[in-house]
Structure formats: C-alpha cells, structure tokens
Ligand binder design. Structure first.
Ligand SMILES: [Fe+2]
Ligand SMILES: [Fe+2]
Length: 272
C-alpha cells in the first residue's frame, strides 16, 4: 500500500504568464502546453477508473485500498484543477485544445465496458506519466529560466505522479486483470499518446507562429534526442512495462521524495 498525501499548491495561477514561459523556448513551451491540455479530461478518466475499480473489489480488498484510492483521487483532482487554471491562460493566448475533446469522445466509447479495461488504460498512462515525471525530476535544471511558479507546478505534479504510479496497476492486478490486455492497451496507448502529443504540439506552434522556425525544431531535437533527451532516456524504462514480472515500484522514486521534502514551503498538506 502506498500512503498518499493530498497537497494544495501555493502558487498564484491568476496572473498571466509569458507566451514562451519556458525560458523563451517556443518548442518546449508548446510541448508542455500540449501535455497540460490533456490533463483535465485524462485525469478525470483516471479518477473514474480507480474509483470504479475500487468499488468492484470484494469488501476486504476495498478496505485495504481505501485510503490509497482516496489519496489518488485527491491528488489527480488537484492536478486537474491547477492545470485547468493554467489552460485558461493558454486559451487567452489563442491556443486551441483539440486533444481534450478528442480524448473525451474516445472515453464515451468506453461507457459500459469492463472496468478492467479502464484500469489497464489508466495504468498504461500512469506508466508514461511516471517515467516522464522521473525524467523531469532528474533533469529539473532544464526548467531553469522558466517562470518559477510554473517550474514548481510541473515538478510538484511530477513528484505526485511518481508517488501514486502503482495505484491503477495494483487495482488491475487485484481484479485479476488479464496480462495480454495489459500489454495490448499499453501498446495502443503508446501510439495514441505519442500521436496526440505531437499533433497538439504542432498545432500550438502553428498558432504561435513558430512552427517553421529552425530554432524551434533544433530545440525539439535536443530535448527529445540529445544526450539527456526525453525519448533517449525514457526508452528503457518505457520498455520495462512489457516484462511479465513488471511492477511500477521497481522503478525508483527517491527524487520525488526529495523534491517534496526540499520544497515543503510550496504546498500545504490537505487535512493536516
Ligand atoms: Fe496527475
Ligand atoms: Fe497520475
């Protein structure tokens, strides 16, 4: 069982931020903006999956997971709220979120489907988020020069993603989720996630007027494929999920603990 704490982030998201808030870098800003656009709809789906998966467990198992599920729901609900505030600014900047409505339309097709499918989709997405979070925390200096309250927002979200990375996976296993379907959904989600991210990033850049600039793609190539590049460093942990004996806790999360300890003044613990 994982002890999950809900934290209220103490940053001001009312004040607007610069168009290229990520250190003046058009590509990185557009990429982070794209991810943020997917969160309110995506994280609601994760909440519903975990809640309904929990309800489907026998009573004794339900008791075992109760507080972890509450923590998970509280964390994701807070992420949704904060990113919705962030996304409001993106809308004012003239960006259009096509990812959210597309994801919502896909989710509608999931109505009435066995909750284990929901959980397999959620666990796959949570693996993605967890490896991305770990990479962000490991390379947090790459966010130096970005607007500081936004740097805090991304690192706080990363730390909590790392903390709750096992919840959906464990519920899937507790409900005797099928191994074949776990991997099948993971492969599908990988393709969908990469395609959605790319599509939304390109659209953000196009509306920003920076899509055809050499500097944009030079930065993108370095960010993904450079020595400390996201895709280069994440390939191995991504692949781990395909192992039969994989469990999210096998991938370390001490950076998350350290960030939360070092930045305790950035948040209040809810209910304490
Ligand atoms: Fe989240
Ligand atoms: Fe999550």
């Amino acid at each position: 069982m994982t002890d999950l704490v809900v934290r209220r982030l103490l940053i001001d998201l009312e004040a607007p931020f610069a168009r290229h808030w990520c250190n003046g870098d058009a590509f990185r800003t557009a990429f982070f903006n794209a991810l943020s656009m997917s969160f309110p709809v995506g994280e609601q789906f994760f909440i519903d999956s975990v809640r309904n998966g929990h309800k489907a467990l026998p009573d004794e198992e339900q008791r075992k997971y109760k507080s972890e599920v509450q923590g998970f729901v509280g964390q994701e609900a807070t992420h949704r709220r904060i990113h919705a505030l962030f996304n409001n600014h993106l809308e004012k900047q003239g960006l259009v979120n096509a990812w959210g409505p597309r994801a919502l339309a896909r989710q509608k097709m999931m109505q009435g489907v066995d909750v284990r499918h929901w959980l397999a989709i959620t666990a796959a997405n949570e693996h993605f988020t967890a490896i991305f979070a770990e990479w962000m925390l490991q390379n947090s200096d790459l966010l130096d020069g970005c607007e500081s309250r936004l740097k805090t927002m991304w690192l706080w979200h990363s730390a909590e993603e790392s903390e709750h990375k096992s919840t959906a996976f464990d519920l899937y296993r507790a409900l005797n989720g099928d191994e074949k379907w776990r991997l099948r959904w993971f492969r599908r989600i990988t393709i969908m996630f990469l395609a959605d991210t790319l599509r939304q990033t390109i659209d953000n850049l196009r509306r920003d007027g920076t899509l055809w600039k050499w500097s944009t793609w030079k930065s993108g190539a370095a960010y993904f494929f450079g020595r400390r590049g996201l895709l280069r460093q994440s390939y191995r942990p991504w692949k781990e999920y395909l192992r039969k004996d994989f469990h999210p806790q096998q991938q370390h999360s001490d950076l998350s603990d350290r960030w939360l300890a070092d930045n305790a003044d950035a948040y209040n613990v809810v209910g304490s």
